[in-house]
Design a protein around this ligand. Sequence first.
Ligand code: GLU
Length: 492
Amino acid sequence: MLFLGGSAIIGDMEKAITRFAPSPTGYIHIGNVRSAIYPYLVARQTGGKMVLRIEDTDRERYVDGATELIEDTLKWLGLDWDEGPIVGGEHGPYFQSERLDIYHTWVRKLLDSGRAYADPTSPEKIDEYRRECNLKKVPFLYRNFRPENPPKWEAGMPIRLKAEPCEYKWHDAVMGDMRTGPEMCDDIILIKRDGYPTYNFAHIVDDAEMGVTHVMRGVEYLSSTPNYLALYDAFGLKRPVLVSLPHILAPTGNKKLGKRDGAKSVTEYRDDGILAEAMLNYLACLGWNDGTEQEIYTKEELIEKFSIDRIQASGARYDETKLLWMNGQWIRKIFDEQGAHALYERTVGFWPEVAGDYSEEYRIKVLAIVYDRLKTLADLRDMTGYFFKDPQVDVDMVVGNKFLKKMSEAEIEDLLKKSVGKLMGVQEWTADKLQEVLNELLTETAKKPAELFSLIRLAVSFAPFSPALNLTLEVLGREVALARLNAVAEAI
Ligand code: GLU
């Protein structure tokens, strides 16, 4: 039993060595990136190390460029690693395909001690055994068909563990105390026919060589743990802390979120205008909380507050609305704490094309009045077009507006003309002054704010939403605002 309860964990976790060990089979999607975030937080919290290891021994599933995607994702989220591709380290190489000698050296020890054997059985024969079990309705356990006098190993032959069926007990830091019977122990393959190791074998060797203290990975590996324990024992290795991370569930139903259910690549969210801080915050808190009501965490706060014992054992549901809410919070947080310029730097590539003709100074002014309505940075594209290009005049939109419906077209035209007249007199075109003048205009025309302001707002923007009217007018500038009001008055 390793530990129970929070305080014990800190002691146990002194200088944790953790790892993220993805297979380069495609992009990293949000369903599996917590297997990178949590090990990172534990390594940083304890002043330990985070290793990035690329598990590329399944040559059939290997996808070119996937490693770069993985690196890109981690970098974007701010999850730097201490050992692994790019940065190197004393336990490399960090691609399993470059470590074949190491696996062969390790498996040799098991062959020599009689804990592994070369298996000459043909795949056809194995299928026959499997069918036999199916017919008898008994579980297929390879150890029941183990060859009696295994030959000396030759290239092309798989190497299997010689299981010693027994009961296993272990503690999983998230799932609790576990126990399995002998039926879970089998002669698993360690080295495949192609000479590559299986995941089951390679990760044990690598974790041991790399000094990994905490194995944090998806819960799908929980049922194979007895075989891993058999290998730790066969090599006389100390068991690492085992941490099974529950699935992230699809938005509906009880299925885990997978690529087939539309789980997007993490970096696709970046392209959709999600901030890295928000993504990290959201994913870290998907199935973990620190026991308080806090929802917004910086990376530093997560490092400080994260604890394995508060990871929830049941699946956590992916909820895009929550992610968007959190992103909005982060957009405001960056603006409020770091200033307009800091947020502006994140918005490159998210403006409508026409914004390119305007100065950075002008775009920052626009940002400063719209930022608190943004859910994603990409909202800028739809929400700010009228700051950069005269909108298409749409008379129907004006006369059909719910606040203006009661007025005749002549009344609307008259109100617009009065507004133009009044605004033309404004010398000091500032938000404060404009507010004063708009208030006077309200009294003079005896209109309700909803009527007068909706009309002016529509006429200058033709957008469903805009920031406060005085701010919008200030940023648009005197000339543009008046010209647009006139254009609408003429069109009516
Ligand atoms: N290569 C495995 C995967 O991508 C990693 C499992 C582990 O973290 O040990 O699922």
